[in-house]
Design a protein around this ligand. Structure first.
Ligand SMILES: Cc1cc2nc3c(=O)[nH]c(=O)nc-3n(C[C@H](O)[C@H](O)[C@H](O)COP(=O)(O)OP(=O)(O)OC[C@H]3O[C@@H](n4cnc5c(N)ncnc54)[C@H](O)[C@@H]3O)c2cc1C
Ligand code: FES
Length: 362
């Protein structure tokens, strides 16, 4: 017994010494001084080494999509690092294909700037700007979803219907971490000095800030636009829209765009919710039914009330009921990963071409 206790004490002591040595090494070796960062062989910055590529770029007002706020859990912050990135580290590997690794693609939130570095990013990211936006109104849509309308003052944002922005949640009582989180724009591109977001409460850092701290008149920082989920002005064929909860946000922006431009493509919106209490913005959707060639089909999975005469069950079942020949359709989907996967399965089963199915999972 004595031997076991002595061994445990020795192992603990060695671990403590190792941790101290590593911390010391990081403090001394981690002081990398000033280095040169070159972007797209064109823009050159002198930056302090030691931070991640992502935060170094943000300091230089170059914004990279970073939906998880740099935790290495979204895979959105990919850039090409052609020189000075060092070897790929374990936290990047789950997000990178073999081909990407060979092509020098890296997760910018995981790579530290330690020496001169060369980076390539898509040119359109230079159009991403940071806005100081004033909260003009906050509307409680359901017990857990708020709609926020932000005024950008003299600034305008040039986005495509369906794209998202990132909202900065500053530190607040009970949270000392400043984070960025992605939110799909719900408003119309024809109102470029306003942004509307639908934000659901999850108990996490940003949604606690939005639901419990943010109020009308406050200023927030928003950057964007980002994303390759947006309306395609393609073959003019019929459209399926599908989503649940705050997944309605980009769909509203798409519908608003269709309404502003009198786009009369046959469009059906399948919206999944649990009960009648979870339905929102019904009046706005009914108005689209008046202006557009549009049908709104909410479907409730847990409603017992006899007052509900609409569809019951989950979205895939409703799609399979209403769409028998999917061949001419394109589809725009927004919701949880599991929901999107099951809708995609149903759409493909009904004959919708996979290349015409666009989605944002969150
Ligand atoms: C492209 C994109 C667009 C998005 N658009 C929207 C949008 O329009 N509206 C919107 O509300 N959100 C949207 N999100 C999700 C959003 O970015 C945040 O992830 C979400 O608001 C939670 O942030 P948080 O800081 O509060 O939680 P975090 O602090 O990141 O998470 C803390 C914990 O909260 C819990 N949690 C977090 N998210 C969920 C969840 N969805 N369900 C259950 N538990 C959860 C988990 O336990 C998690 O570990 C989008 C995400 C992406 C990638
Ligand atoms: S910001 Fe999410 S993985 Fe890098």
């Amino acid at each position: 017994m004595e031997v076991i206790i002595q061994t445990a004490l020795i192992v603990t002591a060695i671990a403590a010494i190792l941790a101290a040595v590593l911390t010391l090494a990081d403090r001394t070796v981690g002081n990398y001084g000033q280095v040169t960062m070159v972007i797209n062989d064109d823009k050159e910055f002198t930056v302090d080494g030691g931070s991640t590529v992502l935060s170094t770029l943000i300091n230089e007002k170059v914004f990279i999509p970073s939906a998880c706020g740099g935790k290495g859990s979204c895979g959105y912050c990919k850039v090409k690092i052609t020189e000075g990135g060092g070897p790929v580290i374990a936290t990047e590997k789950p997000w990178l294909t073999e081909e990407e690794i060979n092509d020098n693609v890296r997760l910018s939130c995981q790579v530290k700037v330690k020496n001169d570095i060369k980076i390539e990013i898509p040119e359109e990211l230079f159009n991403v700007k940071e806005y100081a936006a004033i909260v003009e109104s906050v509307t409680q849509l359901t017990p857990t979803i708020k709609k926020l309308r932000f005024f950008l003052g003299d600034e305008t944002i040039n986005f495509k219907p369906g794209q998202y922005v990132q909202l900065k949640a500053p530190a607040y009582e009970g949270n000392d971490e400043e984070v960025y989180r992605a939110y799909s724009v719900a408003s119309s591109i024809s109102e470029p000095n306003y942004i509307e977001l639908l934000i659901g409460f999850t108990g996490g850092i940003a949604t606690t800030y939005v639901h419990h701290h943010l109020k009308e008149g406050d200023t927030v920082h928003i950057n964007g636009p980002y994303g390759d989920f947006y309306y395609h002005d393609d073959d003019g064929g019929p459209i399926i829209l599908a989503g649940a909860g705050t997944g309605m946000a980009p769909i509203l922006s798409i519908l608003q765009h269709m309404s502003d431009n009198d786009i009369q493509r046959e469009t059906t919106f399948f919206f999944g919710a649990r009960t009648m209490e979870d339905l929102f913005l019904t009046e706005q959707l009914k108005k689209f039914e008046e202006n557009l060639n549009f049908k709104y089909i909410p479907t409730l999975s847990r409603e017992e009330s006899p007052d509900w005469t609409g569809e019951k069950g989950r979205v895939p079942a409703a799609i399979e009921k209403y769409i028998t020949d999917g061949a001419p359709y394109s589809a725009y989907l927004c919701g949880s990963p599991a929901m999107i996967d099951s809708i995609v399965e149903s759409l493909v089963k009904q004959g919708v071409a996979e290349e015409k199915i666009y989605f944002d999972k969150f």
